[in-house]
Write a protein that binds this ligand. Structure first.
Ligand code: SF4
Length: 418
């Protein structure tokens, strides 16, 4: 988007249908699992419909889905003007008449609200989880040089970004391919020194070899959110082995103990998978017991889907019927509901620093405007909001002090403190 803008294009980061007519729509697709692919395909079909009705010029498709299934998509969707892979940004720019300028590589046009941004640390993944197609699509892990990331973060701070959210396929692997050492903590320390950046949050870590120096830093550095997102997928040794996760139940329990010891009050988010081949009822009950014990402050779950080309799809026979997968998903989420509710309730009465994200002005004049914000314990998009009442004067992007007054299982409600 930054390249196109520099080349004289007017760029709209997110284009809902009412924004057509556009000269061109670039659709960035996901090819991770069945549901994501379906969402991408439906979006392309809607765009092609708009093109046919004359409400849209060119339709360009890029990202994981078109990297992996380019030939098939070209055949099935002849109305798409061009397909590009995940690293084809210069080609997309050229197609739109803009020549790519490497000097702008660390500059960004944000698709998030102006005060927070995702910072991508690396591309690809060296793991070989049995269910996952990402290494097939994105290739091996390549860390971005630290000076490039610090430069990009500096630009973002200059644009008004106050919270950085670190992402990658595996953030805890950062640096290993550059220096032979895990460098996530050093990178975070460098980011803390950037003026204007007030919060740094890390998502998508991996349990095996988790760098404990990140926890030490988190405990002492106020800019680092006391929040870790660590998709654990399962706890049964039998299932972890089938998943090729390269870790065990004992190691996982030890790591959770470390998290709780190093950073008391830490908000731990995990993602689990149900219905992986080989997950029998006993293994699933083990997972339920684990969730009851570990009491993750936040948890999400997926059902296993067979992804073409993965080890699981090619070699694992012991498939779980779709109905059982759905039923296990329901039982797991029901259990977590109570845990999340209890966690949110335990925060009632606490005073916290809230970053205001959005001002919501309701259609009806009888309902008061509210501000939706987040503390260090809420990540955007995946966690709930802190809903600030009587705060219509607060500008999105500012930090305010508030006291939590009530809570449900997703959201918290708070009053401003002067
Ligand atoms: S670590 Fe994540 S991205 Fe890498 S193979 Fe496993 S699930 Fe896929």
């Amino acid at each position: 988007m930054r390249q196109l803008k520099a080349g004289g294009c007017q760029v709209i980061p997110d284009a809902p249908e009412e924004d057509y007519p556009l000269d061109a729509l670039v659709i960035n697709t996901c090819g991770f699992i069945h549901d994501a692919r379906e969402e991408s395909v439906n979006y392309i079909l809607d765009a092609l419909q708009a093109k046919e009705e004359g409400r849209l010029g060119e339709v360009l498709v890029m990202g994981c889905l078109s990297e992996r299934y380019k030939k098939e998509l070209e055949k099935e969707m002849p109305g798409v003007d061009a397909f590009f892979g995940v690293t084809d940004i210069p080609l997309v720019a050229a197609h739109l008449g803009v020549s790519y300028d490497p000097a702008l590589a660390t500059e960004r046009v944000l698709s998030t609200p102006a005060h927070y941004a995702y910072l991508k640390l690396s591309e690809g993944c060296d793991r070989s989880c049995a269910y996952c197609a990402i290494p097939l699509i994105r290739g091996p892990h390549r860390s971005r040089p630290m000076n490039e990331l610090l430069a990009e973060a500096g630009h973002l701070a200059g644009q008004g970004v106050r919270e950085l959210i670190l992402v990658a396929q595996d953030t805890s692997f950062y640096g290993l391919d550059l220096t032979g050492k895990r460098e996530l903590a050093s990178l975070m320390e460098g980011l803390c020194r950037i003026d204007g950046i007030e919060r740094i949050r890390v998502l998508y870590t991996y349990p095996q070899g988790f760098p404990l120096d990140v926890l030490r830093l988190m405990a002492r550095e106020p800019k680092i959110c006391q929040y870790v997102d660590i998709p654990l997928q399962h706890i049964s040794d039998k299932v972890l082995t089938a998943m090729r996760r390269n870790t065990t139940k004992a190691e996982t329990l030890r790591l959770i103990e470390d998290f709780r010891t190093f950073v008391p009050g830490l908000c731990l988010r995990t993602t689990l998978m149900v219905g992986h081949p080989g997950e029998d009822e006993q293994a699933f009950l083990e997972l339920l017991d684990f969730v009851k014990e570990a009491r993750f402050e936040r948890m999400g779950a997926f059902t296993y889907s067979r992804e073409a080309g993965t080890y699981g799809a090619q070699h694992l026979k012991d498939q779980v019927p779709a109905k059982v997968k759905r039923e296990r998903y329901g039982r797991l989420m029901e259990l977590q509901k109570g845990i999340s509710f209890a966690y949110n309730q335990s925060r009632v009465g606490s005073v916290c620093s809230v970053l205001a994200d959005y001002l919501v002005i309701p259609d009806s004049g009888t309902v008061k405007p509210t501000v939706l914000g987040r503390t260090q314990y809420e990540a955007p998009e995946v966690d709930g909001f802190v809903i600030l009442e009587d705060a219509a004067h607060i500008r999105p992007g500012s930090f305010v002090k508030a006291c939590i007054t009530k809570a449900d299982e997703y959201d918290l409600y708070a009053q401003l403190i002067d």
